[in-house]
Every structure is written in C-alpha cells, then in structure tokens.
Design a protein around this ligand. Structure first.
Ligand code: UDP
Length: 332
C-alpha cells in the first residue's frame, strides 16, 4: 500500500504518518510538504517514508512523483489554518488552500488516483444552530478559512459526481495533544491555540494567558470547545482510508464525518486541567472577546462511530498530559 500525504510535516499530518507506519507494517508513505509551516524534524526517519519538499501548487515537481509512484490514495492535510489570518489575507487562503487543492486534484486525475481523505473542519458549519453539531447541520462558514475548506469539500463532491472519485471529508473540532513519547507535537509560529499557550504560561515562557471573554452564555462564562487528540484524529484517518481501500473496482463512495469527543470543555476548565497536570498555578487575565468566536462548539460523533467504528480514546486530562510532556521537551 502506498499513500501520498500532503502537509505531512505539519502538526496533524506528522502524527498521522507516525501512526500509519505503526498500523500498516508495509505501507509506503510519500510525504509532501513545502515546509513553510511544517517541520522536517516532525517526519520519522524511516525507509518507508520518502520526503518530497514541494508544494501542492507546484505541478512541475509533483507530477513526476505521481507518475513514478502512483499512490493508492491521498490523505490531504496541506493548508493554511489560521482563521484570523484568513480574514486579513483572503487570497493567500484562496491560493494555497483552494487553488493548491484543485491543482493537486488535477494531477491526481492525470495519474488515475481517485481516493482522497480530506482534512476538513467544524469551521465549515459557522455559528451553530444547535449543539452538539452533527453532519446534517447547515454549512455556513463565517470566515475565509472555513469557506476554503467548504470549497474543497464541494470540489471533491464534483469529482465524485463527474468522475466517480471516492472521498471522505473529516471535519475536526479542536485538534490538541501530542505524541505519547513526546517525540513530536504542536509547533505553530505564531501559536494561537489555547492549550499550548496555557502550557507555555505554566512554563514561564509567557507572562499570562488571556481569556477571550468570560461573559458568554455558558456555565462559567468562557467559551466551550471540543478538544480531540491528534492520535484519535490519526486513527480516524486510518479507518477512513481502510474504507476507501476496501472498495471494489468500479465502486465509489463519499462521506463527511465529524471528529470530536462530544464533550465540551470551557477555557476555564482547560486552564484548571493544565494547572492540575503541570502542578503550577497559571496567571490568567480576562480580555475582550475574539471576533467570530461562537460560545459553544461541540461535535456529535455518532456518525464516526457508525461508519468508521471510531471512538476517541483520550480525555481532556490525557490530551493535556501529552501536550505538557511535549511542551517541556520540544525539539522544534
Ligand atoms: N482562547 C482564549 N485565549 C487564547 C486562545 C484561545 O481564551 O489565548 C479561547 C478561544 O476564544 C476559544 C478557545 O480558547 O474559545 C479555543 O481557541 P483555539 O484558538 O485554540 O481554537 P479555535 O476554537 O479557535 O479553533
């Protein structure tokens, strides 16, 4: 089995590669990343992984890789993923996420590769009309990042209808945590995600953690999110991949599946759990709300259970334990 992984040196992509090597003893991974945001050190040193330092927008470089290797399927992570930045630089997101993906799909079509696992997002739902959010919830994104993810989902639907492609869009809630051995983990520049910022405050690398509003309509007034461990996400990608690879010649399928735990945690609860795990008290300061933040985002993951047989294994405390071990010893 041979799989192309785009964004393989990124946070979620690199955890998937590590997991896939464990799970599939003979898999060959074609790891594609342009290292603009990814980290070469995040990729395992394995003869089963070939690293290609190229962008999905670079047809000239990607075409010969596909011609020579012809993967059985693609797991497509490569994307810019900052909501705030997407509002400031919409064309960066349209170019890298949308045009980049379309370019990738064009090349896949040229080489007869028509199975894709796509890294989508709960951001495609926009402001929730009800909680927990299932896949039938209207997709009405409220920022450019969410729009780009929805556009790619729709492009895949088009390719399914027109050319019989098979794909599964996995809509993640809040990816968090790190490798159990702390060999790899989250490293964004700049970091904007709650858990790493709180843990960096615990380590004294930041003065305090700003809480973006404590007057939401939630129990403690702070926003509620559904944090899901990167290895739980990686496992779901493997299960989705198994589904596509098991299709009989000529059959095709598509699906969209939420990946979350169905358990929401407030910002305050995250900070308290970080204090418990680190054994340190963490200075917080309530600041203004961040524009575009819904009060609550929680997944209904029934479909992941039914279709993939997936269950998240890491609870919030375990997620934070892995993130803490990584944060203390990170190599990149
Ligand atoms: N958040 C916060 N302070 C921070 C970063 C995040 O209060 O410095 C809150 C944010 O408003 C949201 C939650 O933490 O409710 C998770 O934010 P994150 O940026 O990690 O993920 P998002 O939900 O935006 O994808």
């Amino acid at each position: 089995m041979k799989i192309l992984v785009t964004g393989a040196a990124g946070y979620i992509g690199s955890h998937f590669v590590k997991k896939a090597l464990d799970r599939y003893p003979t898999v060959k991974v074609l790891a594609v990343d342009d290292l603009r945001e990814g980290h070469a050190q995040a990729l395992p040193d394995s003869e089963r992984v070939t690293f290609h330092n190229i962008s999905i927008a670079n047809s000239e470089a990607l075409d010969p890789v596909l011609a020579a290797e012809k993967p059985d399927a693609v797991v497509h992570y490569a994307a810019n993923a900052y909501v705030g930045e997407s509002q400031e630089k919409p064309f960066k997101y349209f170019d890298n996420n949308v045009a980049g993906s379309l370019n990738l799909f064009k090349l896949l079509a040229r080489h007869g590769v028509n199975k894709v696992i796509f890294s989508s997002s709960c951001t495609t739902y926009g402001n929730p009309e009800y909680i927990p959010i299932d896949e039938k919830h209207p997709q009405s994104p409220i920022n450019v990042y969410g729009i780009t993810k929805l556009m790619i989902e729709q492009a895949l639907m088009g390719l399914h209808l027109a050319s019989g492609w098979s794909y599964i869009s996995l809509r993640y809630f809040n990816a968090a945590g790190a490798d159990d051995q702390a060999a790899i983990g989250e490293s964004h520049e700049p970091e904007t995600h709650l858990i790493p910022l709180v843990l960096q405050t615990a380590l004294g690398r930041r003065e305090e953690i700003g809480i973006y509003g404590d007057d939401y309509d939630t129990e403690d007034g702070t926003c509620i999110r559904d944090y899901v461990h990167v290895y739980d996400l990686a496992e779901a990608h493997c299960l989705a991949l198994d589904k596509l690879l098991a299709l009989k010649e000529g059959d095709s399928t598509f699906d969209a599946i939420n990946l979350g735990t169905s358990r929401g945690a407030s910002v305050e609860e995250v900070i308290k759990t970080c204090e418990k795990v680190s054994g340190r008290s963490i200075k917080r300061k309530v600041t203004a709300r961040r524009p575009g933040d819904p009060a609550k985002l929680v997944a209904d993951y029934t479909r992941a259970k039914e279709i993939l047989g997936w269950e998240p294994k890491y609870d919030l405390e375990r997620i934070i334990e892995t993130a803490w071990a990584w944060e203390k010893s990170r190599q990149y």
